[in-house]
Ligand binder design. Sequence first.
Ligand code: DX5
Ligand code: ZN
Length: 216
Amino acid sequence: MKRYVAPSLLAADFGNLREDILMVNNSEADYFHCDIMDGVFVPNLSFGFPVLEHIKKYAEKPLDVHLMTIEPEKYIRRYKKAGADILTVHLEACDHLHRVVQEIKSEGMMAGVSLNPHTSVRLLENILAHVDMILIMSVNPGYGGQTFIEHSYSKIATLREMCDNVNPGILIEVDGGVDLSNAGRLYETGVNILVAGTAVFKANDPVKMISDLKKA
Ligand code: DX5
Ligand code: ZN
């Protein structure tokens, strides 16, 4: 199975964002993970369209945009315009998830669905066939630098089994508390994309850390 790494820019130095983007360009990373928080769905605010557009300007890899917002359907076209390649919404934030997924795809983006730690992967049964990616949150969303929640492994294993039947090509991404201590087991459990914020940007050598995570 292919292994991908998506550094989360939430942990980057926002005063020198361009430098950090160039570092990711010159590394083995596969995506830029961009966390959008609205202060309502999660108890924090991050950044919005103007910053996303600047990231797009310098990024030489696809933008993996993770929306931690209510009513994500309001801005789908604007995220596309700002440069999103993958757009992920939370299942908990969508009354009409199937429609939202269709709209994301009709704008030419890959569609992802994310689950909070308490949400069962069984709830994905009727959407799995329609999405490109599932993002399993392995911390409660809102902040970087939190501790990985151990029950994420069993969720990922169950999800991978469910996907094998319905949509084997789906990408499974895990986000929160990912570092070298859990990366190998996560890949073995069925993850394709590791998101890593603190582990990458607080490392002494972020380029090496990205490479080590891929080989974990
Ligand atoms: C948390 C965000 C994550 C966060 C991960 O709500 O979705 O992408 O940046 O940060 P680390 O890797 O530090 O847990
Ligand atoms: Zn994220």
